[in-house]
Ligand binder design. Structure first.
Ligand code: HEM
Ligand SMILES: *[C@@H]1O[C@H](CO)[C@@H](O)[C@H](O)[C@H]1NC(C)=O
Ligand SMILES: *[C@@H]1O[C@H](CO)[C@@H](O)[C@H](O)[C@H]1NC(C)=O
Ligand SMILES: *[C@@H]1O[C@H](CO)[C@@H](O)[C@H](O)[C@H]1NC(C)=O
Ligand SMILES: *[C@@H]1O[C@H](CO)[C@@H](O)[C@H](O)[C@H]1NC(C)=O
Ligand SMILES: *[C@@H]1O[C@H](CO)[C@@H](O)[C@H](O)[C@H]1NC(C)=O
Ligand SMILES: *[C@@H]1O[C@H](CO)[C@@H](O)[C@H](O)[C@H]1NC(C)=O
Length: 325
């Protein structure tokens, strides 16, 4: 152990032993440097393999971290399976038949248990998988503070209260500010919708009978036509998929914002960012300056990753992300 590692090791040790207020138990970029030196490599390779098999999984992994952090904080509660005596979050309507990627997290966890048993939390795996997924999809890289521990409970009711594509911007913003995020984070993190897909039911009301029997007037007419043919006005199209960014659905770029400027957002909640002067100015900024978006996205992801984390002696390091030890 070099001197820095040793100092770090001591800090973590003190944190665990005494929960001393003088020794910080906050997250740390180098948290696993001595206990799991190959961590980043293992996560990166696992995410790379998963993307090689299924391009969309990058988006799914990014969304997993969001859905974890917004419910009980970033402590892996999303990953807990229901049992006969335990009701988790996976079957809450915002997650059921929608959130995907759990098997990839299982694979990463299994690989990590071989390299460094009972060391890396599932919550940190979600953080790193999201970071690697964005980078491998062509997006920015940022340093991710680590040291989260896994929760032993879940909140079905909070999971039901996830931001919804059907609620107005003020409501979504209120849900972000309740987590310590702000309006800028709403705009920046919504940029995650530059990759991935949504089911027709999430935006179908915009296509046929939005108001006065007409489609949503804030939806570009040629995109409207193509969405109407992808999502015909019948219930059996509800689970069909459309790209959140119709121009470059697998590339993490700033085209999401260009689309919004062009009235080509998919979800009503996406396009709503252009319906408010403050957020519209930010959208226009990001549509012009990809590097500004890249930088701000990493900053907002770190903020999101800090929501309600468990550190020190709180929680546990799960051996299997689906069950409490
Ligand atoms: C601002 C409020 C948000 C709303 C209302 C929202 C809503 C949605 C909806 C409805 C879908 C499609 C789900 C489905 O059809 O099954 C979706 C997908 C997605 N969301 Fe969000 N989202 C929000 C914020 C975020 C944030 C903050 C992130 C990440 C930082 C994110 C990342 C994603 C990704 C990557 C997908 C595509 C997933 C895939 O293809 O598997 N979203 N979102
Ligand atoms: C890290 O991975 C390398 C191979 O890439 C291996 O030689 C080394 O033993 C691993 N270190 C640990 C601590 O697992
Ligand atoms: C490949 O991706 C498909 C679709 O997501 C999934 O069902 C399958 O399990 C994946 N296979 C591997 C080996 O990861
Ligand atoms: C938005 O929030 C208000 C106040 O909390 C609530 O009354 C309203 O039902 C919400 N709107 C939607 C569409 O969820
Ligand atoms: C959207 O804007 C870009 C320029 O920013 C333009 O090249 C593209 O054709 C526009 N798309 C639509 C549907 O208007
Ligand atoms: C928003 O911008 C529009 C058009 O520039 C302007 O007419 C309106 O007064 C602005 N609203 C607010 C609340 O600033
Ligand atoms: C646009 O970006 C610049 C930084 O390049 C920043 O100073 C400015 O405040 C941003 N404007 C908005 C409306 O976010």
């Amino acid at each position: 152990m070099d001197q820095n590692n040793y100092r770090h090791f001591l800090a973590v040790l003190f944190c665990f032993l005494f929960l001393s207020p003088r020794v910080s138990c906050q997250l740390d970029y180098r948290f696993y440097d001595s206990t799991c030196p190959n961590l980043t490599k293992i996560v990166r390779y696992s995410v790379w393999s998963a993307i090689a098999n299924d391009t969309r999984i990058a988006a799914s992994l990014l969304r997993l971290h969001f859905h974890d952090c917004f419910v009980n904080g970033c402590e892996g509660s999303l990953l807990l399976d229901d049992t006969s005596t335990f009701k988790g979050e996976k079957n809450a309507p915002p997650n059921r038949n929608s959130v995907r990627g759990y098997e990839v997290i299982d694979t990463i966890k299994a690989n990590l248990e071989k390299a460094c048993p009972s060391t890396v939390s599932c919550a940190d795996i979600l953080t790193l998988a999201a970071r690697e997924a964005v980078f491998l999809a062509g997006g920015p890289f940022w340093l991710a503070p680590l040291g989260r521990r896994d929760g032993t409970t879940a909140s079905e009711s909070e999971a039901n209260n996830m931001p919804s594509p059907f609620e107005p911007l003020q409501n979504i913003t209120a849900k972000f500010t309740a987590k310590g995020l702000d309006i800028k984070d709403v705009v920046v993190l919504s940029g995650a919708h530059t990759i991935g897909f949504a089911q027709c039911f999430a935006f179908k009301t915009r296509l046929f009978n939005f108001a006065d029997g007409k489609p949503d007037p804030t939806l570009d007419s040629s995109l409207l036509q193509s969405l109407q043919s992808m999502c015909p006005n019948t219930a059996d199209s509800d689970t069909k998929l459309a790209p959140l960014d119709s121009v470059s659905p697998n590339k993490f770029d700033n085209v999401y914002y260009k689309n919004l400027v062009n009235s080509s957002g998919l979800l009503q909640s996406d396009q709503a960012l252009m319906g408010d002067n403050t957020t519209a100015a930010m959208v226009i900024n990001y549509s012009k300056f990809p590097n500004l978006f890249s930088r701000d996205f990493g900053v907002s992801m770190v903020k999101m990753g800090n929501i309600g984390v468990l550190t020190g002696k709180s929680g546990e390091i799960r051996k299997n992300c689906r069950v409490v030890n």
